[in-house]
Design a protein around this ligand. Sequence first.
Ligand SMILES: Cc1cc2nc3c(=O)[nH]c(=O)nc-3n(C[C@H](O)[C@H](O)[C@H](O)COP(=O)(O)OP(=O)(O)OC[C@H]3O[C@@H](n4cnc5c(N)ncnc54)[C@H](O)[C@@H]3O)c2cc1C
Length: 433
Amino acid sequence: MLETGTLIIGGGLAGLSAAKGLERKKPYLIAERENRAGGLAATLKKGGFHFDYSGHLLHLRWPKTKKLILDALGRNCGLIKRDARVYTHKSWTPYPFQANLHGMPDKVKADCVSGFLAAYNAKWQAASEPEVFSRWTNRVFGGGISKHFMLPYNGKLWQYPLERLTTEWCAPFVPVPKPEEIINGAYGKKTWTMGYNTSFYYPKRGGIGALSTALAMTSRGLRLGLEVESVNLRKREAMIRHFGPVRFKRLINTSPLNDFIARTQDAPAAVRKAAASLRHNTVYVLNLGAKGVKSDMHWGYFPEERFPFYRAGIASNFSKHLAPSGMASFYIEIATDGRALDLASAETEIIQGLKACGLIESASQVVEKLWLKIPCAYVIYNRERAKALPLICDWLKTRKIQSIGRYGAWKYSFMEESVKEGLEAAGKILHGY
Ligand SMILES: Cc1cc2nc3c(=O)[nH]c(=O)nc-3n(C[C@H](O)[C@H](O)[C@H](O)COP(=O)(O)OP(=O)(O)OC[C@H]3O[C@@H](n4cnc5c(N)ncnc54)[C@H](O)[C@@H]3O)c2cc1C
């Protein structure tokens, strides 16, 4: 039987970073089921275009991970000032909506500002714990901003009832302006720079996959095409499809936590039940190559129901090398609650939507397309998650298993955080965990 010191399930950024921390110090094996590394941080080539799994931009905030990522990319990296917008009521305004009401028609602006002031001055009763999104947004932003942006946009994204969605994820991702910023954003000074991602790094060439490729190149223990079918944590054994058993001393899981527990033979019934209660949405990304595109925005948010997509971006505006000369590349994201999307009718509606907001003039501009599906895209924050996670994590701790990354830890996180958790998991192993 094959034996290794640390088995890492998954060669996305979390797995590759864990490997980086162990490299030349401790033996490890990354089992990655796909025939490429990178997980969601990957880039596919089609017809002269480079398409990511939707926009994947690097917002770097921690010195150690920032250094690792920028060193891996070397000169192949640009720092770009964000141009993100919101399209609603037949108007564009800069993102975030709540701080940039100036782009909205007068009636919408007045609705949002008066609703905000009413909520600001209201005496709210303490919320039942944890607070749900629909209440939170009405309490923090008021009825107008909630009605015109927060509720419809988040409904489209999460595909889950907003009166059951909890809010632990909001702090880094939903900027809350001060009252004067909301008023200024409506009637005075323009605010282009609020939010968690006012500028971002992105590879100059090769798409976000350039980062994964750079990390994968230095990983000696990465093995592609190896799917972990089952694990027994007590026996320290994993079964790999078409390959056979592998014995390990330590295990780092980066695959989705619900699947991982389902594949864990010795998980107790209560842990299995908790894992089975975890929910997520599914995102379909239509990548389009197009000619004659004039917009220079990076991405836009679309709260209105008449647009099937919640977000659409122009990737070639972060890196012109993603598209052949004179062409542009779009990524358009549609979320479902897991139901299959009818791709043909979605395409028709997407083209209509892109025309309606002026991003293209005619369907004949489209020269290439590639659908990508992200089955487990955003994990759902609800009361069931709040109860299930501690139970699962406590049991994994008793087996000394680290489950990390956006899906291993079952959270709304980002690439840098997966890198951070990979390095930390390796650090714990180097210190004898
Ligand atoms: C639509 C969307 C947009 C995003 N945009 C951004 C952005 O702009 N900026 C940002 O920082 N982050 C963004 N993210 C988040 C980012 O993609 C993730 O945080 C990060 O890539 C997760 O890396 P990971 O290694 O934790 O997981 P993954 O990338 O999911 O890697 C896990 C790996 O495990 C493998 N695997 C699964 N099961 C098994 C098995 N049984 N056996 C073997 N291998 C297995 C998978 O094939 C995969 O390669 C976005 C996410 C989504 C869904």
